[in-house]
Write a protein that binds this ligand. Structure first.
Ligand SMILES: [Zn+2]
Length: 89
């Protein structure tokens, strides 16, 4: 089996703690589990939409910084958001 994925988002190169993170729901505080490629999730407790912060996105899509295929790979919307988030730092 051949995976055509960019090396930055290759799961086999990631550590478990880099793949999954927990973010508290802004509405009820429930710890919602995010995988690295999730941008938003629905809280299983109250149904509220939980979004990843820019900081967390930068961490999870750090490869977008150096990878030439990043814009194609993660989509131009997210790519632009990451670039903006980076500038704010
Ligand atoms: Zn909730």
């Amino acid at each position: 089996m051949v995976f055509k994925k960019c090396p930055g988002q290759d799961l086999s190169r990631k550590k478990m703690e880099e793949v999954v993170c927990n973010l508290p729901c802004p509405s009820c505080g429930f710890e919602v589990e995010f995988f690295f490629d999730d941008k938003n999730r629905i809280c299983p407790e109250c149904g509220a939409k939980v979004s990843k912060s820019d900081v967390q996105l930068l961490k999870d899509f750090g490869c977008a910084d150096w990878c030439e295929a990043a814009e194609k790979c993660i989509g131009s919307d997210l790519y632009a958001r990451l670039k903006n988030a980076k500038k704010k730092k």
